[in-house]
Write a protein that binds this ligand. Structure first.
Ligand code: FES
Length: 160
């Protein structure tokens, strides 16, 4: 089975991430981050491929992916909301934004809404701390966001 996977799968994008981060088990989390940035999620095939390349058991990769909630195994939704949980945003209330999104969308972080339209996730500092707390939707930045502003922001994307 393993040799079959080795023969049939090839992920040049993941190869590039592994080259950049280093082909060693210690680099696993960074490799998973880099892979998710490219693919938008971490499908089982990609996890198996990474395990093979690092020569570690697939269960170890799966264990890490399922432990950290910034990793997702589900395909990204049509619109991806990133909530900055860096220090500046966190102290200005980004936790409340996460809570409000959960209430509005009825899903947990990393999950996709049933209609496939939205998912939201925590991210590290987005590099615009002066606008804290901020979220991005498909790369559009919304600074000094409040929980009350979220329905209107979501509505813009619901109509698309
Ligand atoms: S902490 Fe949120 S942008 Fe830096």
């Amino acid at each position: 089975m393993e040799s079959q996977i080795q023969q049939t799968l090839h992920f040049p994008q993941i190869d590039r991430v592994i080259r950049r981060e280093g082909n060693s088990p210690e680099a696993l989390i960074q490799i998973l981050h880099g892979t998710q940035e490219i693919l938008g999620y971490l499908p089982e095939e990609a996890q198996l491929y990474i395990a093979q390349q690092l020569k570690i058991p697939p269960t170890k990769v799966y264990g890490i992916v399922s432990f950290y909630n910034f990793f997702t195994m589900k395909k990204a939704a049509q619109h991806v909301i990133s909530v900055c949980m860096g220090t500046a945003c966190y102290v200005k209330g980004s936790g409340l934004l996460m809570k409000k999104l959960q209430e509005l969308l009825g899903t947990k972080a990393g999950e996709t809404t049933e209609d496939g339209r939205f998912s939201y996730r925590e991210v590290r500092c987005l590099g615009a701390c002066g606008m804290a707390p901020l979220i991005s939707v498909d790369g559009d930045i919304y600074g000094r966001t409040t929980p009350d502003a979220l329905p209107e922001i979501l509505q813009k994307y619901t109509d698309q």
